[in-house]
Design a protein around this ligand. Structure first.
Ligand SMILES: C[S@@+](CC[C@H](N)C(=O)[O-])C[C@H]1O[C@@H](n2cnc3c(N)ncnc32)[C@H](O)[C@@H]1O
Length: 277
């Protein structure tokens, strides 16, 4: 028998409550938890226990797997503030490293950061005054490795309140004007253009939440320049032909668009710099 709307809402609230009862995903935005819980209930025929398990698995896949341990945000922030007070660039970078290593994407990117940003910024032409970093993880903490012009604004978002709160405080401590916010890109795609938008390693993660959704976001982003990257190794460090898979899929997906792009491979990351204008 089909369920009434109020019955469905009640079940949805129960699944969300169950997920929130554990510490792990307590601070992931309601938008994401509700979206995953709704889909899980549909697949599990309204079974709350199974839907709760499925929602947690989904949250692991799109968020938890990249940060297996919740970082000690307060302690990390203190170290960064102390280093900033000493005003020594090397000490600041060293203080940022533990936080960068807490997220798999930035941990993998750490050895190639200077080279990566030098190359990307050199290809941007004019220096950007606004940079947007979507599904950012800890990546805004790589600002000290970027040739970001003085006075530039850094706008970033991700789905977890604690992560986003921490990232915003660190970027502020680094003295960079910023707006760091909680945003689920699938319920609230980012409408405003920036001079350049970064979408690092996020497309596969969005595709895991709905086929075609990650690629659709590339079209929705209104910035004239978009830097998109893909992992070429799994979290377990296996390559499994990922370079070939993503480069083939990228060419196919953007074939209908008059965009120009450069492809560069850095470490375990395949990077595209797309010019839409
Ligand atoms: C592979 S990580 C990449 C992180 C960062 N861009 C980097 O490369 O350092 C994917 C990120 O996407 C975020 N994410 C997952 N689903 C999202 C969604 N629907 N909207 C916004 N961010 C999302 C996760 O929290 C995670 O930080």
């Amino acid at each position: 028998m089909p369920q009434s709307a109020s019955e469905e809402e009640l079940k949805l609230s129960r699944v969300v409550e169950e997920v929130r009862a554990g510490k792990r995903y307590r601070s992931v935005t309601d938008q994401t938890v509700r979206r995953l819980a709704r889909a899980a209930l549909a697949v599990e025929g309204g079974d709350i226990t199974k839907a709760t398990k499925r929602t947690k698995r989904g949250l692991h896949e799109i968020f938890g797997a990249f940060m297996p341990m919740t970082p000690k945000y307060e302690a990390l922030l203190c170290k960064v503030r102390e280093a900033v007070a000493c005003n020594e660039p090397e000490a600041i970078r060293a203080a940022l490293e533990p936080a960068l290593k807490a997220h798999s994407s930035t941990r993998e990117r750490l050895p190639i950061l200077s080279e990566l940003y030098d190359e990307i910024f050199a290809r941007l032409g004019t220096a950007p005054t606004t940079v947007r970093d979507l599904a950012c993880g800890m990546n805004p903490l790589t600002i000290p490795w970027m040739p970001l012009p003085v006075g530039a604004t850094y706008i970033a978002s991700d789905i977890d309140h604690r992560l986003v709160g921490f990232v915003g405080k660190v970027v502020t401590a680094l003295g960079v004007t910023n707006r760091v916010e909680v945003r689920d890109l699938l319920t609230e795609p980012d409408p405003e253009p920036a001079d350049v938008t970064f979408l690092f390693k996020a497309v596969p993660c969005l595709e895991a939440q709905g086929r075609g959704l990650g690629w659709k976001l590339l079209k929705q982003i209104t910035s004239p320049v978009l830097v998109v990257s893909f992992p070429t190794k799994t979290l377990g460090r296996r390559s499994r032909g990922m370079y070939r898979t993503y480069s083939t899929e990228f060419s196919r997906r953007i074939a209908d668009h008059p965009w120009k792009y450069d492809e560069i491979e850095f470490g375990d990351e395949l990077v595209y710099i797309i010019r839409k204008d």
